[in-house]
Design a protein around this ligand. Sequence first.
Ligand code: GRG
Length: 295
Amino acid sequence: MDFTEWMRHVQQGTEAALGTLLPAANLAPQRLHEAMRYAVLGGGKRVRPLLVHAAGELTHAQPAQLMHAACAVELIHAYSLVHDDLPCMDDDVLRRGKPTVHIEYDEATALLVGDALQTLAFQVLTEHPVSSTAAGQIEVIRLLATASGSHGMAGGQAIDIASAGQAMTLEELEFMHLRKTGALIRAAILIGAHAGVAVTDIRRQHLDHYAKRVGLLFQVVDDILDAEANTATLGKTAGKDAAHNKPTYVSLLGLGKAKRLIDELLAEALEALTPLGTRAIRLRELADYVAHRAF
Ligand code: GRG
């Protein structure tokens, strides 16, 4: 399978699995369940599920087990987008090319959708084995919980909210993004690898280095797309960082240097994969995809 076919295969499999895991829209409370399905299904690049599967290939993990891990990570991601779009956070009206959940439904429903998606992610991990041992399964849950919480995504979001109109150094920007965007991307990769055979400490360190570089790479590209692409292409409002006076890689470095940083981060990510051999092919291809994505 070439990369494009593999990507479509994982994306379609993820969509189908999420459709099964999410409560049916006709189950009470119907409005909440319908809104949960609206938030998760029919959109998104599914980058985190792709990373789960790619890392799982490295350790010979079973596709069915990877699919449940991929869905759990994507449910957390979908929850974060719903909450991020709320008026009390980023206050946005467009996501994945359609009205955000609080616009299509209402704010209370959007808050509950995020809450319910977050808990569903962990329910999935208690009902479906990702690891072959109980201790391994708990480690998977720990990785996802840590990445989502105050030391991970929620912590990064808190810094992001406080950063509007403030000056930031490059180190502070990196500290924020390693948490806000990077933590869940890193968790996707470590969880995927964890689903297969055990890896040596040194191989795990190489994978972790790759994961952190790809998380930052994703964010630098996101900052450039926000500055350069249009709303129709992105499926979300473009130009928001500048409008909200948020520090970004573009505002700190300028477009030229931010683009050069993409090349540097990609090279570092690929270098980290070299000792991991040929089974890292999908991780290699995904880093390249993240660096060159158009939306
Ligand atoms: C509310 C706790 C909480 C956290 C929110 C993820 C996040 C933190 C905010 C989203 C805002 C944002 C634009 C972050 C930059 C990177 C990012 C996560 C972009 C959206 O992810 P994609 O491009 O989206 O993977 P799709 O729609 O393809 O899934």
